[in-house]
Design a protein around this ligand. Structure first.
Ligand code: NAD
Length: 488
């Protein structure tokens, strides 16, 4: 049995791609699992004029494939729609009435979630109108779920934060980073804190370096308009990579409440070294993909449709972070993310120091690695030094491994399902905290400023490789190497 949640969710951008592709199927999964049963309501709003029946039809199309028809119809009864322009105060009058009507009809006890599945320029406006036009409930809770991106720089993010907190308390703001809803990212804490062996060793005495890789095989595709203004730095590093780093670098929380988890991550982020121009060049490599030698369809980034021929946008970033804490003194956190790489993977490699013991004068023990593959094939492996099967003390590295079964994978909630559930449940553990977001912006702003002024080289890497050689050299100067070289 699961605990039923009483809630009313208003989806702004109810006719958009995100809502149709990810949000409605996620809400339906929560319904099928019993988290939503009788006392829930969904109010959709967007600019288009739709009747309730037309809206329900749209939601039906987005969820119904292979589903129980009767269950789908019972689910859809909880959906209603009202057109509104989010920039116009007048639209909020009808929306308020619709929310109050649905709230009474389904007995949701005043609990309200406002999900902003609209363009980021509307986030602050909507939050302010929700308050000024009286859409916040007096009883129960009010929560606001914010899509990415949260700003485009520290300054714009701070402005958005101010607009949101003029209407909501910070603990009512649920900033979405769907990487935080991924099963294997959520597995970092149980692995670290559930195993004294790892927890004791999770520091500079035992860990040589930490590596986080977010590699994509796709090129820019038809997203050039957006991507050319963001690059890998803002598309993947500022948000997803930094949020993963938060779990890896954090101190041990006092307990596993959302506020203590966020406090512990914030303590680590507060100690993140923000770089000056010289350090940006020393610790970071930016690059752009050139043509592939193996696939003629994979053209150079500047040959892609809608990309300016003289674009200096980074499609690849690799770098080294440092945390000024006793735990991490001298331990580099290497990060990299790029498009058109040879293998699609999101993975974490924690490299442990090698032992000093020489087995009978034979081979030295090797560095060992805890690997967490987040996607696409989830798995956890740990390498260990072990005796080679022979009559002397030669060593070899062996791998212990685990991967979820197909059944477990099928039962794993998708990130959007998990995040909707957690917001309904008031659990903010897997959402981005303002302090962390702010630090990530300050960190990436320092790089963006150097890149905008063209004060760092822009390297080229061949498409369908793991990036430029300069990124390998970045690690080599510390006596390190990327664990993942494109081959499993
Ligand atoms: P979309 O363009 O498909 O949909 C936008 C929605 O906003 C539509 O319902 C549209 O009617 C509505 N809208 C636009 N202007 C409006 C106005 N003035 N008043 C009221 N409604 C208005 O966009 P999307 O892809 O669904 O993205 C929505 C948000 O989610 C964006 O912030 C995006 O960055 C984020 N996001 C999207 C995805 C995705 O896979 N689509 C993934 C992650 C984050």
């Amino acid at each position: 049995m699961v605990d039923e949640l009483k809630t009313l969710v208003t989806f702004f951008g109810a006719t958009g791609d995100l809502a149709k592709r990810l949000l409605y199927p996620s809400v339906f999964n929560l319904y099928k699992k019993g988290f939503l049963a009788k006392n829930f309501a969904i109010v959709g709003t967007a600019r288009q004029d739709l009747t309730d029946a037309e809206y329900q039809d749209m939601v039906r199309t987005s969820i119904s494939e292979g589903q129980d028809k009767k269950q789908v119809e019972a689910f859809l009864e909880h959906f209603s729609y009202i057109a509104s322009d989010v920039t116009d105060a007048a639209g909020y009058v009808g929306l308020k009435e619709e929310i109050e009507k649905a709230s009474d009809k389904f007995g949701v006890a005043g609990n309200r979630i406002f999900y902003l599945a609209v363009a980021p320029r509307f986030f602050g406006t909507i939050a302010q109108f929700l308050k000024s036009e009286g859409l916040l409930a007096d009883t129960g809770y009010n929560r606001i779920m914010i899509e990415k991106p949260f700003g485009t720089s520290y300054k714009t993010a701070e402005q958005l934060q101010n607009e949101l907190t003029a209407a909501f308390n910070d603990d009512q703001v649920y900033r979405i980073d769907h990487f935080l809803g991924k099963e294997m990212v959520m597995n970092i804490a149980p692995l670290r804190f559930g195993n004294p062996m790892l927890n004791t060793a999770w520091n500079k005495d035992y860990i040589k370096n930490v590596q986080v890789t977010l590699a994509e095989t796709l090129g820019v595709e038809e997203r050039a308009g957006y991507y050319d203004t963001a690059g890998a730095l803002l598309d993947m590093i500022q948000n997803h990579t930094m949020q993963i780093i938060g779990w890896l670098a954090m101190e041990e929380p006092k307990d596993f409440s959302a506020s203590e988890i966020r406090n512990a991550k914030n303590a680590a982020f507060s100690a993140l070294q923000i770089y000056n121009e010289e350090e940006v060049n020393r610790y970071f490599v930016r690059a752009q993909y050139g043509a592939s030698k193996t696939n003629t369809d994979h053209v150079a980034y500047t040959e892609e449709p809608d990309v300016p021929k003289d674009s200096k946008t980074n499609t690849y970033i690799a770098g080294e972070l440092h945390f000024n804490t006793p735990r991490w003194e001298g331990v580099p956190f290497y990060i990299r993310s790029g498009k058109r790489m040879s293998k699609k993977t999101t993975r974490i490699d924690v490299v442990f120091k090698a032992g000093a013991f020489k087995f009978g004068g034979q081979q030295e023990p090797q560095e060992t690695v805890l690997t967490i593959v987040v996607s696409p094939d989830e798995k956890i492996t740990m390498s260990l030094n072990s005796k080679k099967v022979s009559d002397n003390f030669s060593t070899q590295v062996i791998n212990l491994g685990w991967a979820p079964t197909d059944k477990e994978k099928a039962e794993t909630p998708a990130p959007y399902e998990r995040m909707l559930h957690d917001a309904m449940d008031g659990n903010g553990s897997n959402f981005a905290d303002w302090h962390g977001v702010a630090t990530a912006w300050k960190f990436t702003d320092a790089l963006s400023d150097v890149y905008a002024a063209d004060k760092a080289p822009l390297f080229t890497y061949e498409s369908d490789t793991m990036g430029p050689k300069e990124a390998d050299e970045l690690l080599a100067k510390n006596g390190d190497a990327w664990v993942f070289d494109g081959e499993e």
